[in-house]
Write a protein that binds this ligand. Structure first.
Ligand SMILES: Nc1nc2c(c(=O)[nH]1)N[C@H]1C(S)=C(S)[C@@H](COP(=O)(O)OP(=O)(O)OC[C@H]3O[C@@H](n4cnc5c(=O)[nH]c(N)nc54)[C@H](O)[C@@H]3O)O[C@H]1N2
Ligand SMILES: Nc1nc2c(c(=O)[nH]1)N[C@H]1C(S)=C(S)[C@@H](COP(=O)(O)OP(=O)(O)OC[C@H]3O[C@@H](n4cnc5c(=O)[nH]c(N)nc54)[C@H](O)[C@@H]3O)O[C@H]1N2
Ligand code: SF4
Ligand SMILES: [Mo]
Length: 766
């Protein structure tokens, strides 16, 4: 039944539990993704579209940021890539008639799932002050409306320009150029909620806030540690890389409170054996750590390496030559590490001592080590020191800047890394602003702007009045849902450049605009009829082109680049000296400017035509050069922290199911965890559940505890007895974002700490 969205919300969220499969991917995964795709697109469009994903000359998968191999396989996409494509290439439409039938107040009572399933937005829509319905508006009027509100502000800092990570490089570069020409650095983005902690920790310690490995390094690694990441769901093709690494002799340690399916066993759907047989065991050692225990684990591994070198006759356990030549701060770190005790480590990690000793032996046996991580490391109060501790651990054995070794933060959105490279950040470096000033001849603002959490506070307190979003679903993705929604409703104007309907559209400011845009899969045609492409950067710093092939969802759509340029012209006025019309027409002209402003993009237009694109330079990876404050790789010696767990409480992490991409819900199943037909579930260890009097299948309300005197409760979650680490629970985001206090953020990075919330579970009426 293609093309028809569900008529009503599912009568109720009624999760059922089945036995999770022993292995990830394989034939069932392919069948599931094709079924979903057929439902959204029909059979012919599905086949045409999916064959173009991640191929040279095709479009970049709009899913995650995992890199593609040099020679793509003909089916170089995963189940979740197929879902992301189907979600965008759907033939369902949300046009003016839809908005005429549905008052905003009614849409605000629908689930995010239902809203997303309605289809693609087709026309610019305007919600006037006091109006009950969005009504169609011309592009010209839309830009005039925005310009009127923006130019009426007392200060450009009263506007906020948010970005989500799907925006291509060209649009992102122009968007920050526009915001800074307008006069503000208020450029928060989804990174603030995502890998900001990685960026903060890596910039300080290694001098570059990005990963230091390429795909070929994974294939060469002696040991790969995957900590705080669920690749089977969130970066499925990473399992292929891990499988290849294993075949080449690597060993794998998984660090996670949950036994995640893809890591235990993986059937590669691209090989005939993978379609039918049992895949190899990927994980050699599973460290079932307590939430927030990773800093303590990596500190202990460091301490044990020092002990091995200093007392156990293993001088090679530590690479003293590398340390002397390339690092700073070793003595302070070593002093702190030598003071580490087993009691503290075992309490923080919940791990058996033998497991940590086994891990140490694997580290000592490995010629090179890579540590991969994602949100399990970045979304805690002490995330920045945790990631610095990963760096300490790697530096000890010189595991940075040589083949098969390094840091591998695995990024989320397909171009989130590129958006940052293009200058989307509230804290640009002086060097970036200088380059901008030199190229464009205007003085960009030097005051730091607002990040995501600060932007919510500013909207809440009336210090920001216009909210503009280039993609994303801010109110659902951000913490403290009710606080964030109230803050958004206080804005004079909210504007969303979007492909699909989402919750942020129905929690409007006094006035609101929805500006529909082209997605990755769609043809982007210039006024002279030539087809244009955009560029993106993956998680490993590879830049390549992405060309949409499908007919646009509606003839009224503009590309993100055109939207930004037309907005800039209208706001900045006819006399503004930048050639916005040329930029809107000719993306190559934008790339020429990028080439002159952003290091590593020299000859951009020429190099982007190479199949597979090109790698951006990375000083630590390429030359063992560390552009930090000290000019060396920095050891750090922060005190070890871990979240306290009061009696009778649990630590809750908010995470993704297999059937969602962030706030976009594809369906109500979480296949690898054995959940079907519902999302309001909470995973609890059977013994913890028994102590709390919560039988499997009973219902509980979840209340988070935070010392601001405010009670935050998410009611009615089905309790699932599940083999998570003791004291730790898990439930899906965004349903649980109501529980994350706005002020509960990571030190330094200010990322919402949604992976270790202190909660109490109380039985609810089923
Ligand atoms: N299909 C799909 N793909 C996606 C996304 C999606 O929603 N759906 N989202 C994209 C985005 S934007 C991102 S950022 C990435 C997110 O990718 P992930 O980080 O894999 O996403 P989460 O679901 O948040 O999973 C966090 C993982 O870390 C573990 N974990 C939680 N806390 C801790 C801890 O304290 N220590 C350790 N060692 N482990 C911990 C959890 O058990 C879980 O396995 O995925 C990207 N890809
Ligand atoms: N509690 C909790 N909260 C979290 C997280 C968590 O783990 N726990 N994870 C955080 C993380 S890692 C992230 S990255 C954020 C995600 O935050 P966001 O990036 O803001 O959210 P998304 O759900 O990815 O945005 C989806 C919307 O983007 C729009 N869209 C899709 N494709 C395009 C496109 O090509 N162009 C444009 N203009 N719009 C498009 C669609 O309208 C869709 O509804 O959430 C964060 N929030
Ligand atoms: S691993 Fe990520 S980028 Fe690759 S096909 Fe899957 S969702 Fe797309
Ligand atoms: Mo993310």
């Amino acid at each position: 039944m293609p093309a028809k969205p569900p008529a009503e919300d599912p009568v109720q969220d009624a999760p059922e539990v089945t036995t999770p499969p022993a292995a990830a991917a394989g034939l069932p995964a392919v069948t599931r993704s094709l079924r979903l795709a057929h439902g959204q697109m029909g059979v012919r469009r599905t086949a045409l579209t999916l064959l173009r994903v991640n191929q040279h000359g095709g479009f970049d998968c709009p899913g995650c940021a995992w890199p593609e191999p040099d020679r793509p396989h003909t089916a170089e996409f995963c189940e979740n890539g197929a879902k992301a494509v189907a979600e965008e290439a759907t033939v369902r439409r949300v046009g003016p008639d839809f908005f005429a039938r549905h008052p905003v107040a009614l849409l605000a009572r629908r689930s995010g799932y239902w809203l997303g399933q309605q289809g693609r937005l087709t026309r610019p829509m305007y919600l006037a002050e006091g109006a009950e319905h969005y009504t169609p508006v011309s592009w010209d009027s839309a830009f005039s409306l925005i310009a009127r509100e923006l130019t009426a502000l007392d200060s450009p800092d009263r506007a906020v320009f948010y970005t989500s990570g799907r925006t291509g490089n060209e649009a992102a570069f122009l968007y920050q150029l526009f915001a800074r020409s307008f006069g503000t650095n208020n450029l928060p983005d989804c990174s603030n909620m995502c890998h900001e902690s990685s960026g903060s920790a890596l910039t300080e310690t290694l001098g570059v806030g990005k990963g230091s490995v390429l795909l070929k390094d994974l294939h060469r690694a002696g040991l790969i540690i995957v900590a705080g990441q669920n690749p089977g769901t969130n970066h499925p093709r990473m399992l292929t890389a891990l499988e290849q690494a294993k075949a080449a002799g690597a060993r794998i340690i998984t660090v996670n409170p949950l036994p995640e399916a893809g890591l235990r066993r993986f059937n590669n759907p691209q090989t005939p054996r993978g379609l039918t047989g049992r895949g190899p065991e990927l994980t050699d050692l599973f460290l079932q750590i307590r939430l927030g225990g990773d800093q303590a684990l990596f500190r202990m591994l460091g301490a044990l390496l020092l002990r091995a070198a200093e007392q156990d006759g293993r001088p090679d356990a530590v690479d003293h030559a590398f340390i002397a030549r390339h690092t700073h701060g070793f003595e302070d770190y070593a002093t702190a590490a030598r003071a580490t005790t087993w009691d503290d480590t075992l309490a923080a990690t919940g791990l058996p001592r033998e497991d940590i000793e086994t891990a140490l032996r694997m580290v000592l046996d490995a010629r090179s080590v890579i540590v991969c991580w994602a949100m399990g490391l970045t979304q805690h109060k002490h995330s920045v020191p945790t990631i610095r501790e990963v760096v300490n651990f790697l530096l000890l054995r010189g595991n940075v800047g040589r083949p098969g070794a390094g840091v591998c933060p695995v990024r989320g959105h397909s171009n989130v890394q590129g958006d940052r490279t293009m200058g989307i950040t509230e804290r640009p470096t002086a060097a970036f602003l200088d380059a901008l000033e030199k190229e464009f001849g205007f003085p960009p603002p030097r005051r730091p702007g607002l990040d995501t959490v600060e932007a919510i506070r500013a909207l809440r307190d009336g210090r920001a009045e216009v909210f503009f979003a280039l993609g994303g679903n801010f109110v659902s993705a951000a913490p403290d849902t009710s606080v964030t929604e109230d803050a958004m409703r206080r804005a004079r104007l909210t504007v969303h450049v979007s492909t699909k309907l989402n919750r942020s559209h129905v929690v409007p400011g006094a006035r609101a605009l929805i500006l529909p845009t082209l997605g990755r899969t769609e043809r982007d045609t210039a006024p002279d009829g030539t087809e244009r492409f955009v560029t993106v950067e993956d998680s490993m710093g590879m830049v390549h082109a992405s060309r949409g092939r499908l007919a646009p969802a509606s003839p009224a759509l503009l590309s993100e680049t055109e939207i930004v340029c037309r907005l800039a012209r209208r706001v900045l006025g006819p006399d503004h000296p930048l050639p916005w019309e040329e930029f809107a027409r000719d993306y190559a002209a934008v790339r020429d400017r990028i080439a002159r402003v952003v290091p590593g993009f020299e000859n951009f237009n020429e190099r982007i035509t190479r199949p597979g694109g090109f790698a951006l330079p990375h000083a630590p990876r390429d030359e063992r050069r560390f552009p930090t404050a000290t000019g060396r790789a920095n050891f750090t010696a922060a005190p070890v922290e871990h979240p306290a767990l009061p009696e009778g409480r649990l630590l809750l992490q908010t995470l993704r199911s297999h059937d969602q991409f962030n706030t976009t819900i594809y369906g109500l199943d979480d296949h690898y965890r054995g959940v079907k037909g519902g999302r309001r579930v909470v995973f609890v260890h059977p013994e913890d559940a028994a102590q709390l009097g919560l039988p499997d299948g009973s219902y509980a309300d979840i209340t988070s505890e935070w010392d601001d005197g405010r009670e935050r409760t998410a009611p009615g979650f089905r309790v699932i007895h599940y083999p998570t680490a003791r004291g730790c629970a898990a439930a899906y985001y965004p349903e649980t974002n109501v529980l994350v206090p706005l002020d509960a953020t990571a030190d330094i990075s200010n990322t919402p700490a949604g992976k270790s919330l202190v909660v109490r579970l109380t039985p609810a009426a089923g």
